[in-house]
Design a protein around this ligand. Sequence first.
Ligand SMILES: Nc1ncnc2c1ncn2[C@@H]1O[C@H](COP(=O)(O)OP(=O)(O)O)[C@@H](O)[C@H]1O
Ligand SMILES: [Mg+2]
Length: 266
Amino acid sequence: MDKKPLFKLREVSFGYRQGEPVFSNLSLEIMPGESVCILGANGAGKSTLLKMLAGLVFPFAGGLEAFEEQLTEKRMENDRFAQEYHRRVGFVFQNPDAQLFTTRVWDEIAFGPLQLGLSPEEITTRVEDVIKMLSISSLKDRSPYHLSQGEKKKVAIASVLVMNPQVLILDEPTTGLDPKTQRWLVELILELNHNGRTIITSTHDLNLVHLLADRVLLLSEDHRLVYDGPSQKVLANRRLLASVNLIDEYSHTHDQGQHTHLYVHG
Ligand SMILES: Nc1ncnc2c1ncn2[C@@H]1O[C@H](COP(=O)(O)OP(=O)(O)O)[C@@H](O)[C@H]1O
Ligand SMILES: [Mg+2]
């Protein structure tokens, strides 16, 4: 099969401030239909990389391609281009409070479709469908601000899914959620991927990586891509995980004498 990459970064450099690059010469490709997880310690650059793919920040050097076209700040200044891009590439922020801004869940979910200029019937159908899919009909008339963290996350995801995006980017999707909602979300992510969506997630949680994706992009603390491959293989590489500060080397003494154990951060 002759598939073309959906995202292509070629020697990309990016920094929030001049003279302080986060990424230097970062190259990677993501294929359509993949599920990829970006793994790294706090500050490794996970959110920054996701924001770049979502067209929210732009490289100052190198090439960023999405859907076989250059993605630049200049092109994103075109409202039509930006609207279409953000419809195709949905972004779920780590903190749902950053995303919710209306006073009623139904309006929150309907906002995107309204912006697209769909008919009222079409909007209602789409909103009701996604509400059903996420089992949140009891929240419909509530204020997003007064929901639990897990409920807020569901509404934030609903407001992205209602746009029927081709690519779904979720930044640390399960952070702050109870175990049951975590499991629900992991299953939803798998189902969406199974149905053809390209899924890009991030985490620093080693227990989640293999559930979220088959392929891992590992970022070091100095923002370099130090591994790109199967999740099972990186999880078995304790030395590599220790070098990026995802596990701690820890010495203690047994009856048999001095040992070094490797422990996963809690
Ligand atoms: N808005 C910002 N302004 C300036 N520096 C930032 C901003 N966001 C992130 N950074 C810096 O960029 C680096 C990568 O951060 P980030 O992408 O948030 O990492 P992660 O998501 O892996 O925790 C860090 O050094 C962080 O301090
Ligand atoms: Mg982050």
